[in-house]
Design a binder for this molecule. Structure first.
Ligand code: BGC
Length: 390
């Protein structure tokens, strides 16, 4: 049993009651620490110079969806380091994109006596019951990058502006094709969307489609495969389950084999880098050549393989979300929660999870093109020039 600061207390500034409660409960947790073995792979860090009140007594459970995508490895490692440097105990777990595994990991974190849970969900609709258990223990829940739906037991959401990600991709396509300058095409477009169980995927698609659909309707953009959702709400019809590169590759193979016997694809709207990787492999295997007939291909995340593809002319852009800043924002939220300060958010309208609007902090995403890789990704220290072969 572990009662710590409650959800309500978390937003009340300077409550000594809360701090007393936090202290009392962390000693309960210490007595309970044997449960931690159940989770496996737990990494905890503490320093001698914990500046925040009670940081050393606060266990933060970090649930990440999968190790199979580069960004989540970076996200997890970054959060673990940031929070460790601030003196927090952490328990970082990856769930192999399996919903049941993530639920088990969360339950284990609750049993371990976690005070705060930071969760990048796999299926944002599947965590209601386990978060009910977290709420019963007074645990504060931060949805990380992806919203958690259908429950009141999520306190904050920290993410990048997901709709803006899609807008940046859509606007890039419009600019490259010169559509606002009157280019009439028709240009062949193939749109893709992300995993149907990921709440973000809807926002990415909507951001792009709000800009591109008018050109599809006017015939400037044509979609030979017919896979052009009539409205944003139909986005799951072109969703790629689990954001898998291999599924995107075979979907692209199918479209090219079935609908492009006599033509070429000019543009592929890919919502992220893992899909763009599979799509690029398909284009390559179908004989498209960088610098000649390679289509405009969008992405998101600035994954290493994709940045290399950009340098090789096999991807046109990526939307970079500097996950270091997201980790920093979450660390700030955690400090504010633990110190009993008001938690800073900048959006209290957009992210309705079906039960409540979750107070959110949205960070700005940024377009990176081959011309800006050096300035954006290398000079900021996100990548070494050497690992990009520059
Ligand atoms: C994230 C993206 C990522 C995708 C696949 C989304 O929820 O916001 O950055 O590319 O998941 O992991």
């Amino acid at each position: 049993m572990s009662i710590r600061f409650t959800r309500v207390a978390a937003v009340i500034a300077g409550t000594s009651l809360m701090l007393a409660s936090a202290t009392a409960c962390s000693s309960e947790r210490d007595g309970d620490s044997g449960d931690g073995a159940a989770t496996g792979g737990t990494d905890s860090t503490a320093t001698d110079e914990a500046p925040a009140a009670d940081a050393g007594d606060t266990l933060v459970g970090i649930a990440m969806p999968t190790r199979s995508l580069e960004r989540w490895n970076n996200d997890g490692a970054n959060l673990e380091t940031l929070l460790g440097d601030l003196g927090y105990e952490t328990s970082l777990q990856y769930a192999d994109n399996k919903v049941d595994q993530q639920i088990t990991q969360l339950q284990n974190m609750i049993n371990q006596g976690a005070d705060i849970l930071v969760i990048a969900s796999i299926d944002g609709t599947a965590l209601g019951p386990v978060l009910e258990a977290a709420a019963a223990e007074g645990i504060t829940v931060i949805a990380y990058d992806r919203l958690i739906n259908g429950t009141e037991n999520v306190d904050y959401y920290a993410t990048f502006d997901n709709y803006e990600v899609g807008q940046l991709q859509g606007q890039y396509i419009i600019d490259q094709l010169g559509l606002e300058d009157g280019e009439e095409g028709p240009f062949n477009l193939e749109p893709f969307a992300g995993s149907p169980d990921d709440n973000n995927a809807k926002f990415f698609f909507s951001g792009a489609w709000d800009l591109l659909l008018p050109y599809v309707e006017s015939g400037v953009l044509t979609v030979p495969s017919g896979k052009a959702p009539a409205s944003n709400d139909d986005w799951t019809t072109i969703g790629i389950q689990s954001w898998e590169s291999a599924r995107a590759q075979s979907e692209m193979d199918n479209r090219l084999n079935s609908f492009y016997a006599d033509g070429k694809v000019d543009v592929v709207l890919s919502p992220n880098d893992s899909l763009a990787l599979g799509i690029a492999q398909s284009l390559d295997s179908q004989g498209y050549t960088p610098g000649e007939d390679w289509p405009i291909l969008t992405g998101q995340d600035a994954d290493l393989a994709n940045v290399k593809n950009m340098i090789a002319g096999m991807q046109s852009m990526t939307v970079w979300k500097d996950t270091r800043t997201l980790g920093q924002q979450v660390a700030t939220m955690i400090e504010q929660i633990v110190n009993g300060e008001e938690v800073e958010v900048n959006d209290t309208e957009t992210y309705d999870n079906g039960v409540k609007v979750v107070p959110s902090y949205l960070l700005p995403p940024q377009v990176v093109t081959p011309d800006t890789i050096e300035a954006d990704l290398v000079e900021s220290g996100f990548y070494d020039a050497a690992e990009l072969g520059l």
